[in-house]
Write a protein that binds this ligand. Structure first.
Ligand SMILES: C[S@@+](CC[C@H](N)C(=O)[O-])C[C@H]1O[C@@H](n2cnc3c(N)ncnc32)[C@H](O)[C@@H]1O
Length: 261
């Protein structure tokens, strides 16, 4: 893995370096991590460490996945591909006949794994059209991207991105691409692990090596970031996870300036 084995000091929870360029998080998802990711994260950790069983994440997809979908921070693509597999018939909103999906991630291995997972989905009438976009979500965005999507997912992404500016940018990325009646949904882990025990040790390790960058995140900060980009936001706490649904994307400052709105 190109993330290397550098040991760095655990981030000081009071100091957020907005300018730091820390790529260790997404770089850590190599073949070995991806091979165990779904079992370790979604079968074990969701339920036993973070107390948010994966069924709650599945429900977000079942309720909000739409025909033209933007999957942001894709991992193995398993949550999305199994949501497509669960969709009962091509007449339900989450099972449209012509599905177009864009996968966005900084890590090529994740994009390839997710595209392969989608290619294996059980499709009765037509396979989804899948497009991959390799991008670090902290990079500057195009001034006026097309509003081409009905839904966008940001599941377990925000707690991986270092710095508030990067998390805001990822939310803004979704808001700028959704149609006015589109929906953004997701989940992020917040709060402090117990001081002792396996959960605490694991999470401190995740922060040290860069998987987690959420020491300063909480419900109030998530609400603020989402409110900046959406007019209608709901957040629900399930264990250590905050599940969110956001509608009514607001124009970004840039598009407000260019469109004169
Ligand atoms: C914890 S995984 C979540 C995967 C999936 N959504 C899930 O819940 O199973 C985080 C994903 O976000 C990607 N990621 C992390 N930081 C990123 C960044 N700055 N820009 C783009 N992708 C990033 C990682 O490569 C990884 O695929």
């Amino acid at each position: 893995m190109s993330g290397g084995d550098r040991e760095v000091a655990e981030p000081n929870s009071n100091a957020v370096d907005e300018t730091a360029r820390d790529d260790r998080g997404w770089n850590r998802y190599g073949a070995a991590v991806l091979a165990v990711y779904d079992f370790w994260v979604h079968a074990l950790s969701d339920r036993y460490l973070w107390r948010c069983p994966v069924e709650r994440l599945d429900r977000l997809y079942d309720d909000h996945l739409r025909a033209e979908h933007l999957e942001i921070g894709v991992g193995t693509g398993r949550l999305l591909s199994r949501a497509i597999d669960r969709a009962p018939s091509s007449t339900t909103p989450s099972s449209p006949q012509h599905r177009a999906i864009t996968l966005v991630d900084a890590n090529e291995r994740c994009l390839a794994a997710a595209a392969a997972a989608l290619a294996r989905t059980r499709v009765s009438d037509s396979a989804p059209v899948v497009r991959c976009e390799r991008r670090d979500l902290r990079d500057a965005d195009e001034p006026t991207p097309a509003r081409a999507y009905d839904s966008a997912a940001l599941v377990y992404l925000l707690h991986c991105i270092p710095g508030q500016a990067g998390k805001r940018q990822a939310i803004r990325f979704a808001a700028d691409r959704l149609r006015s009646d589109g929906v953004c949904f997701g989940a992020t882990l917040v709060g402090r692990p117990p001081a002792g025990g396996l959960a605490g040790r694991l999470e401190r390790h995740y922060r040290r090596v860069g998987f987690f960058a959420n020491a300063d995140d909480d419900r109030a900060s998530l609400e603020q970031w989402l409110d900046e980009a959406f007019g209608d936001v709901t957040i629900e706490a399930i264990g250590r996870a905050l599940l969110f649904v956001a509608r009514a994307p607001r124009p970004s400052t840039t598009s407000r300036q260019t469109s004169g709105r």
